[in-house]
Design a protein around this ligand. Structure first.
Ligand code: ZN
Length: 173
């Protein structure tokens, strides 16, 4: 499945909660999402990026693609006061990275595909990724988190990247 690129109306919508116990399509959706993520390649993907408005994310932070995680209805329930600024990329904004300030540590609650409740405490890239993917479930892109100046500059770089045909997974051209 193709990953949608900004601007696409699906990327601006709020996704619907899912019920992993009673939705047999979710496993298949997660398989397709993981496939699209690895193909790109990327380290995380939210269902709205495939045009599916469900609150589901997948990610894999391992070097050898051996640690895919799928989370349903993920929610940030705690965030540190301490923040960090780092460059982010997004499969829906091929060709660019944008500096985004986010809490350095978060706690996330979610359901697994089996319907089990999990709590994940994350820092570093893991914390940033969870916040970035959960933002997608609320129609928020990384450029929406950037300062107005950074956003303008990023959108200019994005237009240039599109002109030369940047593909999802490319963060620089
Ligand atoms: Zn993204």
């Amino acid at each position: 499945m193709d990953v949608l690129s900004h601007p696409n109306v699906a990327l601006k919508q709020t996704a619907e909660p899912v019920d992993p116990g009673n939705d047999s399509d979710l496993k298949d959706l997660c398989r397709r999402m993981a496939q699209a993520m690895y193909e790109a390649p990327g380290i995380g993907l939210a269902a709205p990026q495939l045009g599916i408005l469900k609150r589901v994310i997948v990610y894999d932070l391992t070097e050898d693609n051996s640690g895919a995680v799928a989370l349903c209805n993920p929610e940030i329930v705690e965030a540190s006061d301490e923040v960090e600024i780092d460059d982010e990329g997004c499969l829906s904004l091929p060709g660019i990275t944008v500096p985004v300030e986010r809490p350095s540590r978060v706690a996330c609650e979610a359901l697994t595909l089996a319907g089990r409740k999990v709590r994940i405490e994350a820092d570093g890239l893991h914390a940033r990724l969870l916040q970035h993917e959960i933002d997608h479930l609320d129609g928020v892109l990384m450029i929406d988190r950037a300062t107005p100046d950074e956003r303008r500059a990023a959108l200019r770089r994005y237009v240039e990247a599109q002109l030369v045909g940047a593909k999802p997974g490319q963060t620089s051209i």
